[in-house]
Design a protein around this ligand. Structure first.
Ligand code: ADP
Ligand code: ZN
Length: 439
């Protein structure tokens, strides 16, 4: 394996003194506010309703006076209502994967594509990527931003890019081997599947593959899953975050110190708010992540509510970058299930399960309603060793899981142990919840 390289793509922007950064953000925010006020009727109306004129916004400190934007706004204004430039200036459309309902689209000018590419290039560089790398992109290509985003970023840093898109896992692995790919980009679920398949094919990644890092994102994952992917593929596995509404992947990414994702604050301003009161929360507190674009021309968005739960840390990182770091996303408020009145995030269940040896990272949560009562079943995939145990052993193993879940969530769940490989695997974003109450 090559030595880790702690390079920085754009030191001027990524390591800027924070005071100077806030000034730059303020300037760019003012320009954005003026642009949307003049060009986007929805924002003009919202600002008029609040009695705010663009000149009232003096800097980042006035962000809190601006109106929020939420996903339904993008749906209501579909397809062109939020565009702030004439269609003739738009060179690209991308759409969200539609995890939570109807897809939405955003438009990019050439400058927007360039900014997105820059953010993705910074991310690839954080993972140590450069001209000597062979980057295999196994995110889906298309309206979904994963594939094209990493493709552009890896091209920008001068790497050799293999645009595989997702799917056909054996072929992915054959390419990893034949081409000597050094970096992998896909969802963590898919990285896990690729890693498991590599091992099943009897390939020793240390000897037969040249992989050394991966940037994985587009869905929540945990440090336990990170450890598993790193072990299966013998790589550094880094978390990358993004959303179509802000550009795509690369809004933030981890450096090789793996201590939070560096937000590209010269292009977006992150805030954490209390999702109930909508009041901004100080750094370090957990809440909903909100972003304002400050360089976007096509579809600039003010205070966009991501519904992702997170925390921000403004301390300078060991790598030298000064921009704010985001914790791993703890879940989406949209993912939250209310079961017998208790709030449950699938990530909580994952954390409990991953702490039990013999349990694989694959599970399915099935929620239903019998009469007036919600029921929850957790199908837990176990390893071969556990599955080969006696019935009595399996029963006591289920009981252990039942108790751990009960103490972590305060809820009783029916635990069903299922054999290895029986829970579906995912080539894109995983779906671990089946809520039959909504059917
Ligand atoms: P959607 O999934 O809403 O259809 P996108 O494809 O644009 O839309 O995905 C953006 C969403 O994906 C984010 O709001 C977030 O919920 C999730 N996401 C992206 N990257 C990460 C990550 N590294 N960790 C957790 N969640 C992520
Ligand atoms: Zn860092």
């Amino acid at each position: 394996m090559r030595e880790r390289e702690y390079k920085i793509w754009n030191p001027e922007m990524e390591c800027m003194d924070r005071e100077q950064l806030v000034k730059l953000q303020g300037q760019r925010l003012k320009e954005t506010v003026k642009r949307v006020y003049d060009n986007v009727p929805m924002y003009r109306k919202r600002m008029d309703d609040k009695g705010i004129k663009p000149e009232d916004i003096r800097g980042v400190e006035d962000l809190k006076y601006l109106p929020f934007t939420d996903k339904p706004d993008l749906r209501d204004q579909f397809p062109y209502g939020l565009f702030a430039v004439p269609k003739h200036d738009i060179v690209r459309i991308q759409g969200s994967s539609g995890t939570t309902g109807m897809p939405i689209v955003t438009g990019y000018t050439q400058h927007d594509v360039d900014v997105w590419t820059e953010m993705a290039a910074r991310s690839v560089t954080m993972a140590g990527g450069g001209p000597d790398d062979i980057v295999q992109v196994c995110y889906g290509y298309g309206l979904f931003t994963g594939g094209l985003g990493l493709h552009q970023g890896a091209t920008q840093v001068g790497a050799m890019v293999i645009p595989m898109s997702s799917g056909n896992t054996q072929r992915q692995i054959n390419m990893l081997k034949a081409m000597g790919s050094t970096m992998l980009c896909c969802t963590p679920s898919y990285a896990l599947l690729i890693g498991e398949t590599v091992r099943e094919m009897g390939i020793d990644p240390k000897k037969e593959l040249k992989l050394r890092a991966g940037v994985f994102g587009a869905e929540p994952w945990s440090d336990k899953i990170r450890a598993r992917i790193e072990e299966l593929l013998n790589i550094d596995a880094l978390d990358i975050y993004g959303l179509t509404e802000m550009a795509g992947p690369g809004v933030s990414c981890e450096c090789l110190y793996k201590c939070g994702m560096h937000v590209n604050e010269d292009h977006v301003i992150p805030e954490i708010i209390d999702p109930d009161t909508l009041e901004p929360l100080p750094y370090g507190e957990k809440g909903e992540l909100v972003f304002s674009t400050i360089t976007k021309e096509g579809t600039p968005l003010l205070r966009y509510r991501t519904h992702d739960l997170c925390r921000l840390n403004p301390e300078k990182c060991q790598c030298g970058r000064t921009n704010v770091r985001m914790d791993r996303i703890m879940g989406r408020t949209d993912d939250m299930l209310i079961i017998r009145g208790v709030n449950v995030f699938p990530s909580q269940i994952e954390t409990v399960l991953m702490g039990i040896p013999g349990v694989t990272p694959h599970f399915l949560l099935v929620v239903d309603r019998v009469g007036p009562t919600d029921t929850m079943e957790i199908q837990v995939e176990v390893t071969d060793e556990i599955f080969g145990d006696t019935v009595a052993d399996l029963q006591s193993f289920s009981k252990l899981i039942y108790e751990r879940i009960k103490s972590a969530l305060g809820l009783s769940a029916n635990i069903k142990l299922v054999p290895p490989k029986s829970i579906p695997r995912f080539e894109g974003k995983a779906r671990r919840v089946q809520d039959n109450r909504k059917l």
